[in-house]
Design a binder for this molecule. Structure first.
Ligand code: NAD
Length: 455
C-alpha cells in the first residue's frame, strides 16, 4: 500500500493530472470502461444480493453516467481562475481564486449501492485532478472483485487503483497520509475515519447515515404519496441511506394512509407474490432486521425467508417512540408508522435526535412545509416526494451533524477534492507608504478610512 501511495504521490508531482485535457480523457476512458463492463457489473451484484439489471441501472449506473457527462462538460469552467473584487487598501491590484487538486485521495465505499457509492466520488476526484485509491466495501464480495477488475485492468496504479479488503486493510490504509479522504458508511465508522484523518490533518468528506423521517399531513394527495413512499422505502429492500426510515402521520389519518400503502405494495413490484426481491445483504443484517419486527405491531407483511435472506415489505402500526425499531437506523424493508397530534411535538421529536441525512414532508399546507424546512436541520430532502433529490445533479448531496460532513456530486464534488488558493497580484509601479515606518496617528486614521472603519 505504501508503494502504491508513493507512486501516486510521485505521479501527482509530475502535474499531469492538473491538465484539463488529461482529466477529460480519464473521465471519457472511465465511461468507456464502465460501458464495456456493464454485464460484469450486473452479474456480480445479482450474485451478491439479487439486485436486478433494471434497478442497478436506474439507481446506480444512470447516476454515474450522468455525473461523468456533467464533469466532462464542466471541468474547464469549474477549474477556471475566478476573479474577485480587490478592496481599496490593495489597489492597484488584481484578485483571483486559483483551483488546485488536493493530491492523493482515498475513497472508501459502502455496500448498499456499491457501484454508485464507489464511483461517484471517483468522478469528483478525477474532475478535480486528484489521484485515487478506492477501497470498495468488502461486504458484497463479487461486486468488490468486479470493481477491482474493471479499474485495475484499465488504469495505471499510480493514477487510479482499487485496493480490496475489510477492516484490517482499511485500517492499514488509514494509517497512511492522504491529501483527502472521502468516506461513505455508518456514523460509527465515520468517527474512526475522522480520527485517523485528524492525525495527518487530512481533509475529509463523510457521507453517513441516520434515521430519515417522513411527515404526512392529512391534506396530502394520498394516492401519489402512497406510490412515492412505497417506491422510496422498498427499493433495494429498504437498504438505502435516504429511504424514509419511519413515518409520522397526522392523527386521524393513519388508517387511510395504512390502507393506501398496503394497496400500493400489492400493486407494485414489491408484492411478495412477484418473488423478485433484493436480498438482505448478509446474515448479520438479516438477523438484526428480524429482531426489529414486533409481531404485535405488524399491519402488513412480516414474513421472511431465512435461506433466501428476504423479508417482505413490512409495515408496523401502533409503534411507540420507545420501541427498538425507533432506536437505530432500520436500513431494511420495515416501515414503522407513528401518529402525531400536533406538528410542534413532531418537530421537537425529530430535533431531539441526531440530525438526519434526509427529511420528507408530504402535504399541501405552505405554512407547515416552511415550518419543517426552517425548524429541522437535515442534509437534504423533498416536499411531496422522497429519495429523488439524489437524482438532480444540480444539487450537492451530503449530510449535516451526525449524518455527515461536506457534500458532493456536480460542482460540490469538484470542490470536495480541490483547494482554492486566494491570490492577490500587485504591480510594482506604486507603493502606498501607510504600513511602513514611521507609524503615525495620521496614517492609522487613513488606514481606518481605507478599511471603511468608523472611529
Ligand atoms: P460501514 O460503516 O460498516 O462500512 C463502510 C466502509 O467502512 C466499508 O468499506 C468498510 O470496509 C469500512 N469499515 C467498516 N468498519 C471499519 C473499521 N472499523 N475501520 C475502518 N474501516 C471500516 O457502512 P456500511 O454497512 O457499508 O453502510 C451502511 C451505512 O452507510 C448506513 O448507516 C447508511 O446510512 C450509510 N450510508 C450513507 C450514505 C450517504 O451517502 N450518506 C450512502 C450509503 C450508505
Amino acid at each position: 500500500m505504501q508503494q502504491i501511495i508513493q507512486s501516486q504521490r510521485d505521479f501527482f508531482k509530475t502535474n499531469t493530472t492538473k491538465d484539463i485535457n488529461y482529466r477529460k480523457q480519464q473521465l471519457q476512458k472511465f465511461e468507456n470502461v464502465l460501458k464495456a463492463n456493464e454485464q460484469l457489473m450486473y452479474d456480480a451484484i445479482y450474485k451478491d444480493f439479487k439486485k436486478s439489471e433494471f434497478e442497478t441501472f436506474t439507481t446506480e449506473l444512470a447516476l454515474i453516467y450522468n455525473d461523468i457527462k456533467e464533469a466532462k462538460k464542466s471541468v474547464k469552467k469549474w477549474s477556471r481562475k475566478r476573479r474577485k473584487r480587490t478592496n481599496l487598501i490593495n489597489q492597484p491590484g488584481k484578485s483571483y481564486v486559483f483551483a488546485e487538486p488536493l493530491g492523493v485521495s482515498l475513497i472508501i465505499g459502502a455496500w448498499n449501492y456499491p457501484y454508485l457509492l464507489s464511483f461517484a466520488p471517483v468522478i469528483s476526484a478525477m474532475v478535480a485532478g486528484c489521484t485515487i485509491i478506492l477501497k470498495p466495501s468488502e461486504v458484497p464480495t463479487n461486486t468488490s472483485s468486479a470493481i477491482a477488475k474493471i479499474v485495475n485492468e484499465n488504469f495505471e496504479a499510480n493514477y487510479f487503483k482499487v485496493v480490496e479488503g475489510g477492516i484490517p486493510e482499511t485500517t492499514a490504509l488509514l494509517n497512511e497520509k492522504f491529501d483527502k479522504i472521502f468516506f461513505t458508511g455508518s456514523t460509527t465508522v465515520g468517527k474512526i475515519v475522522y480520527q485517523a484523518a485528524a492525525k495527518h490533518l487530512t481533509p475529509v468528506t463523510l457521507e453517513l447515515g441516520g434515521k430519515c423521517p417522513a411527515i404526512i399531513s392529512s391534506d396530502c394527495n394520498l394516492k401519489i404519496v402512497a406510490k412515492r413512499l412505497v417506491w422510496s422505502k422498498f427499493i433495494n429492500a429498504g437498504q438505502t441511506c435516504l429511504a424514509p426510515d419511519y413515518i409520522l402521520v397526522e392523527k386521524g389519518f393513519e388508517n387511510e394512509l395504512l390502507s393506501a400503502l398496503k394497496k400500493e405494495i400489492e400493486n407494485s413490484n414489491y408484492n411478495p407474490k412477484n418473488n423478485n426481491f433484493v436480498q438482505i445483504i448478509d446474515q448479520k443484517n438479516f438477523d438484526r432486521l428480524i429482531s426489529l419486527i414486533d409481531k404485535d405491531n405488524i399491519y402488513f407483511g412480516g414474513n421472511y425467508n431465512i435461506h433466501e435472506r428476504i423479508i417482505e415489505p413490512t409495515i408496523l402500526n401502533n409503534v411507540s417512540l420507545e420501541d427498538k425499531v425507533m432506536q437505530e437506523e432500520i436500513f431494511g424493508p420495515i416501515l414503522p408508522v407513528i401518529s402525531y397530534k400536533n406538528i410542534e411535538d413532531t418537530i421537537a421529536y425529530i430535533k431531539s435526535n441526531p440530525r438526519p441525512l434526509s427529511c420528507y414532508y408530504f402535504g399541501k399546507n405552505a405554512q407547515l412545509k416552511n415550518k419543517v424546512l426552517t425548524e429541522i436541520s437535515f442534509g437534504g430532502g423533498c416536499i411531496n416526494d422522497a429519495v429523488m433529490h439524489i437524482s438532480n445533479s444540480h444539487f450537492s448531496f451530503g449530510g449535516v451533524g451526525s449524518s455527515g460532513i461536506g457534500s458532493y456530486h456536480g460542482i460540490a464534488g469538484f470542490r470536495a477534492f480541490t483547494h482554492f488558493k486566494s491570490i492577490l497580484e500587485r504591480p510594482t509601479w506604486f507603493e502606498l507608504k501607510l504600513k511602513y515606518y514611521p507609524l503615525t496617528k495620521k496614517k492609522m486614521k487613513m488606514i481606518k478610512t481605507l478599511f471603511r472603519i468608523s472611529s
